[in-house]
Design a protein around this ligand. Structure first.
Ligand SMILES: Cc1ncc(C[n+]2csc(CCOP(=O)(O)OP(=O)(O)O)c2C)c(N)n1
Ligand SMILES: [Mg+2]
Length: 378
């Protein structure tokens, strides 16, 4: 190609007309609308509970970002903008259901009843895990993109073989992943295995429009939820900023799975309002007006408007929730700052349940290295 000539653009831009057709129960203005297949029936108290969840996790997330900026965490992957997708799906899980997260599911973790301090130990580098996946039915955070979809599928096949599927008390699995992860081999393999073994799993894709700096156009030329059809199971798209719709579709998909009706894919159409992680600068690859257009669809604002419209929430309530979230954030900060540094030798402890000669050798080498410092290691 001669100088000055441009290759034809391989990236068709999204147009306004391509705006998604999705399941929505709450408009950005806080208007409750109906859908032929999905509904929720929350009491005012339950709606206020959802609002509290959304506000608290946003506040804790902002606190974690601030802690990273002050050098107290190594890195942080913010969920800003994705609160409704996480709280809606997280609250739809029944106690016996098992969740497999990425590194961004702090809201789901919160809904599972895990102390929100737990992931901060990981991101501070003082903890190697944090919680017991079996106790909380919430697996470890997974940084390897898409890998947890295979772990989740294997787990789902296992509970199926154990006869834990097929009635109201059956178990189901949910696997979280992003739009970028859909390009991974692991995710596509998980789809195949889940499909052919009719496994009780919900694939919950938070399409936040970006995989670090790569926009959705680089992952797919069809809506992501259409992919499910090619693997032989149902897929749907939900307004990922609508906590009610996210709850409704996830509850239904999980219940179908626990009754033995196999896998499904939910594409929660949302937006990552912050950076990919604190190591990223999104102003390098996206324009401010795009972010602003999504701010108008804010998941918290729309629920607040709905509560105000119906009289289920007043200024006193909103003020109390804000105060509660602020107190939680202060407590989180204090607890992060008082986390003890681990003994460096601890990193060898949980590699294998039964130990290994290789790890023993590495432990000895490292112990000698530490001992070589004058006055011992610090
Ligand atoms: C197998 C693998 N490849 C690359 C990376 C580096 N990486 C970290 S996050 C990320 C983008 C993931 O995007 P997406 O799946 O959309 O999730 P999001 O971060 O937007 O929630 C990549 C490529 C990784 N962690 N693992
Ligand atoms: Mg993404």
């Amino acid at each position: 190609m001669s100088k000055g000539e441009h290759a034809p653009s391989a990236t068709p831009r999204r147009s306004k007309e391509a705006e998604p057709d999705f399941v929505q129960l709450l408009t950005p203005d806080g208007e409750r609308i109906t859908h032929p297949d999905y509904d929720v029936d929350f009491t005012d108290e339950e709606l206020r509970g959802l609002y509290r969840d959304l506000v608290v996790i946003r506040k804790l997330d902002a606190e974690a970002t601030a802690l990273q900026r002050q050098g107290e965490l190594g890195i942080w992957a913010s969920l800003l903008g994705q609160e409704a997708a996480q709280v809606g799906s997280g609250r739809a899980l029944r106690k016996q259901d098992m969740a497999f997260p990425t590194y961004r599911e702090h809201g789901v973790l919160y809904c599972r009843g895990i102390d929100p301090i737990m992931p901060l130990g990981l991101f501070r580098g003082v903890d190697q895990g944090g919680w017991d996946p079996n106790e909380f039915k919430f697996n470890m955070y997974t940084i390897v993109i898409g890998a947890q979809t295979l772990h989740a599928t294997g787990y789902a096949m296992g509970i199926s073989m154990d006869g834990k599927v097929g009635n109201d008390d059956g178990e189901a699995v949910i696997a979280y992943f992003g739009d970028g992860a859909t390009s991974q081999g692991d995710v596509n393999e998980a789809f195949v295995w889940a499909s052919v073994f009719n496994s009780p799993i919900v694939f919950f894709c938070q399409n936040n429009q970006y995989a670090i700096s790569e926009p959705l156009e680089r992952q797919t030329r069809v809506p992501l939820y259409h992919r499910a059809a090619g693997f032989g199971f149902p897929g749907l798209r939900v307004d990922g900023n609508d906590v009610l719709a996210c709850y409704a579709v996830t509850r239904k998909a999980l219940d179908d799975a626990r009754h033995g009706q196999g896998p499904s894919l939910i594409e929660a159409y949302t937006y990552r309002m912050g950076a990919h992680t604190t190591s990223d600068d999104p102003t390098r690859y996206r324009i401010a007006s795009e972010v602003e257009s999504w701010q108008a669809k804010d998941p918290i604002l729309r629920l607040r408007r709905y509560l105000e419209r119906g009289g289920a929430g007043d200024d006193t309530f909103f003020g109390e929730v804000a105060d509660e979230a602020a107190r939680d954030a202060v407590s989180l900060r204090e607890r992060v700052l008082s986390m003890p540094d681990p003994d460096p030798m601890e990193m060898f402890e949980h590699v294998y349940a039964g130990g290994s000669p290789e790890v023993d050798e590495q432990r000895e080498t490292f112990a000698r290295y530490l001992a070589s410092f004058e006055g011992g290691h610090r």
